[in-house]
Design a protein around this ligand. Structure first.
Ligand code: ARG
Length: 460
């Protein structure tokens, strides 16, 4: 540990080594290096353009910053705790490279507007790449849907058999969730892509800076209009973690279904060896670790969202060191959502197989066509509630007799109600039960095909 003091000449001695470690963020904010350099390059150019420093000095700063970028890529720039954070590390190295000229970079800037800028640059890039991953994930869901329009699967409410579904319809529900996730991140991107640089420590600066120029160099859509808010706002990070949390909620729900479906009890899918794991003691086991991990990891992301909300709620304006705690939450949130999306994409595209024979047997073995008998009567003018009660009775007697609805004779049906005719058998066949739900957004094959067409156009 160096004994160097970091601060102005007001300070006479260095930090206690343990406090220096406690204070440092370099262990994690090194992830911002690339964005820090990009932001500093823009700042240096602006200082030159406005005449705050000379053009030659600005060029020297830019060259020095680019050299640091190069050194980092080559593994030659390895700051440590003595640098405290990525911003000080860059400044220290810049002064080593360009000499005293390097000491001009921090003119008209504070680490407060600097770190806020870095975070926004980082997050907008991550948002863009997560949105691209969502698109790929949606494509995988769509491909699976295309193959399974006429594959039937039991539909559940309360985890009790309810009405049979087109498997494509079930999968497209997740497509829609991902569509909203993609749109939501787009909206969050808009509010993230605003430039705080030039807010200074909190109050702006005495120098004639050109904030629009810096913002334009960095491809921001605008500048933060209030310097206090510019340095202390982390709404964009909270919104991101909310967007990330909802992605995880959706991935976790699908994971839960995959876990259930792969159990012996359901047996709707089998997991391929490339995406399943074994047990160290039970040789027969094939475990769904991938969806279990996604389900488990969702909790981390929700935790980061909660941590950020609590972090912010009591902070007086403007910057407080508490804000250094935002980074690990954001970084881990980004990492978790990216790796989870990747794992789910692989699992869905090559890690599982639907047991279609078992699925079609499943929908034929239950009373999930009971609503269709009631609908049959209601279509013939029997008030629905009356029809519902009649069918409830026939379900009860059938269960007692060990029969399914399709096993009842026409005479038995007509005994229940005289309007039943031979066509009742078609009406309660699983395929027809699904096909008949042709209301907009329903599971009927025609509707599912329309949904697929709509989904395709969304991905174009
Ligand atoms: N490492 C600090 C952070 O992440 C940078 C900003 C420090 N600003 C300050 N006034 N101490 O928040």
């Amino acid at each position: 540990m160096t004994k160097k003091k970091t601060w102005s000449d007001r300070f006479e001695s260095a930090l206690h080594p343990a406090i220096a470690r406690f204070n440092a963020s370099i262990g994690f904010d090194i992830q911002l290096l690339e964005y820090d350099l990009t932001g500093s390059v823009a700042h240096a150019k602006m200082l030159g353009k406005t005449g705050i420093i000379s053009e030659a000095e600005a060029e020297e700063l830019v060259a020095g910053l680019e050299q640091i970028r190069q050194e980092y890529q080559e593994g030659k720039f390895n700051p440590g705790v003595e640098d405290e954070d990525v911003h000080f590390a860059v400044e220290r190295r810049l002064i080593e490279i360009v000499g005293d000229g390097g000491k001009k970079l921090h003119t008209a800037r504070s680490r407060n507007d600097q770190v806020a800028t870095d975070l926004r640059l980082y997050l907008r890039e991550q948002i863009t790449s997560i949105r691209a991953q969502l698109r790929t994930y949606q494509q995988v869901l769509l491909d699976l849907a295309l193959q399974n329009v006429e594959t039937l699967i039991p539909g559940y409410t309360h985890l009790q058999r309810a009405q049979p579904l087109s498997l494509a319809h079930h999968l497209l529900a997740y497509f829609q969730m991902a569509q909203r996730d993609w749109e939501r991140l787009g909206e969050i991107y808009r509010r993230t892509n605003i430039c705080p640089l030039g807010s200074g420590a909190l109050a702006g600066t005495t120098f004639p800076i050109d904030r629009d120029y810096t913002a334009a160099l960095l491809n921001f859509d605008g500048v933060c209009g209030n310097s206090l808010d510019g340095v202390s706002d982390r709404d964009f990070a909270i919104e991101f973690l909310l967007g990330a949390s909802l992605i995880m909620v959706h991935l976790s729900r699908l994971s839960e279904e995959i876990i259930l479906w792969s159990s012996t009890e359901f047996n709707f899918i089998t997991l391929k060896d490339s995406c399943a794991t074994g047990s160290s003691i039970m040789p027969q086991k094939k475990n769904p670790d991938v969806p279990e991990l996604v389900r488990g990891k969702s909790g981390r992301v929700f935790g980061h969202l909660q941590a950020m909300l609590v972090l912010m709620k009591g902070l007086p304006l403007a910057y407080n060191k508490d804000l250094q705690e935002d980074k690990e939450a954001i970084f881990d949130g980004v990492q978790t959502v990216k790796t989870s999306l990747e794992a789910m994409r692989i699992l869905l595209s090559e890690g599982l197989e639907f047991q279609t024979a078992r699925l079609s047997a499943a929908v034929a073995e239950d009373f999930s066509n009971a609503t269709d008998v009631a609908d049959y009567l209601a279509a013939k003018g029997v008030p629905f509630r009356e029809a519902y009660n009649l069918v409830g009775k026939v379900v009860k007697t059938s269960i007692a007799a060990g029969k399914l609805l399709r096993d009842l004779s026409l005479a038995e049906w007509q005994q229940l109600h005289p309007t039943f005719e031979e066509d009742i058998y078609d009406a309660i066949a699983p395929k027809q039960v699904v096909a008949a739900r042709n209301s907009y957004g329903g599971t009927g094959f025609e509707q599912v095909r329309a949904q697929i067409a709509e989904a395709k156009s969304l991905l174009e």
